[in-house]
Write a protein that binds this ligand. Sequence first.
Ligand code: FES
Ligand code: FES
Length: 152
Amino acid sequence: MISLQVNGHTVQVDAAPDTPLLWVLRENLKLTGSKFGCGIAACGACTVHVGGNAVRSCSYPLSAVGSQPVTTIEAIAADPVGKAVQVAWIKHDVPQCGYCQSGQVMTAVDFLKKKRHPNEAEVVAAMGGNLCRCGSYQRIKEAVLDASNSLV
Ligand code: FES
Ligand code: FES
């Protein structure tokens, strides 16, 4: 058994150390908000926070988590920046199919925690690694900028 801190709770997980974190979240813990897209750290659909940093959980082994807290989309509204991003996402009606969106939100929250008031080009650069097959990029950009403006 491996002990993890996930969304503020201590959980015990019966999984091999090399299991990707995404598998543990979705299969063991039934936190299915984080999605499997590519499985090779290329699309961002599986993005969660480990130790306060956005990581691609499809390619992040359980053994690398250690005592670092894990936050998933299921708990992001409990964070002030996460809440601001969630509100902006709803206001701008960002998702189309929605598949990529939890990863988009997790990347946006990590970015805004580190760069509270970015310019447009910085937003585009920061979000550029998260792919959206539906092409919601314009609304993602507007929502990140709006969330930024709502934060002091
Ligand atoms: S599923 Fe992890 S980056 Fe694509
Ligand atoms: S909203 Fe469909 S993949 Fe992004």
